[in-house]
Design a protein around this ligand. Structure first.
Ligand code: E4P
Length: 217
């Protein structure tokens, strides 16, 4: 399973990238706001650090304007994936932009039918939002499983990019279900290394080591 970082925080992305843990990056207008940076500048900087797909989201609502914005974003770097919303106009933009050879990430997906129609429009990635479904007491992971089944039934090549990942358990469950990609904030990715028994075990080892009176260096 590929790991994308859901962030426009360049130092945080760089830290994970140096560890070889970054297969791509996703941004959205809220993350650009949080970064306090200009969208074109920060997106270009992220693309210079990360070699995998970097999603940059259009903000227009009509297909012609989305296509124009998408072309401008795609011109920033060869690894840009243009992110379009799962609306009828977004699907039209997806069809045109993917036909021009650009990677397209169709975002704000909340149903299997939306994922199905995005695949038919040529999406490279579909982004179902797990956490936001959980927020309204629906099961976001069920949606990931259902999309996996449908895509496998018909051999669609669109990659399932599980988004709105909020917890380490979301990551584990997406891996078990067979999502192609998860995108998660840096804090969630780092939390995958944590276990209370690791901390407890290390504490005991260090106590015992101190009693030996030995040194390695
Ligand atoms: C990524 O593509 C999405 O925009 C993001 O994962 C949404 O996450 P959130 O629901 O935590 O804002």
């Amino acid at each position: 399973m590929k790991f994308f970082v859901d962030s426009a925080d360049v130092p945080a992305i760089a830290e994970l990238n140096d560890l070889g843990m970054v297969d791509g990056v996703t941004t959205n207008p809220s993350l650009i706001l949080k970064s306090g940076r200009d969208i074109l500048e920060v997106t270009k900087e992220i693309c210079s650090i990360v070699s995998g797909p970097v999603s940059a989201e259009v903000v227009a609502l009509t297909a012609p304007e989305m296509i124009a914005e998408g072309r401008k974003l795609a011109a920033l770097a060869p690894n840009i994936a243009v992110k379009v919303p799962l609306t009828w106009d977004g699907l039209k933009a997806c069809k045109v932009l993917s036909g021009e050879g650009f990677m397209v990430n169709v975002t704000l997906c909340f149903s299997v039918n939306q994922a199905l129609i995005a695949a038919k429009a040529g999406a490279t990635f579909i982004s179902p939002f797990v956490g936001r479904l959980d927020d309204i007491n629906l099961d976001g992971l069920d949606l990931i499983g259902d999309i996996r089944t449908v895509y496998d039934n018909y051999d669609y090549k669109t990659q399932i990019l599980a988004a709105s990942i909020r917890t380490a358990n979301h990551v584990k469950d997406c891996a078990l279900i067979g999502a192609d990609v998860i995108t998660a904030p840096p804090g969630v990715i780092k939390s995958l290394a944590s276990h209370v028994l690791t901390d407890k075990g290390l504490e005991q080892f260090l106590k015992d080591w101190a009693k030996t009176g030995q040194k390695i260096l």
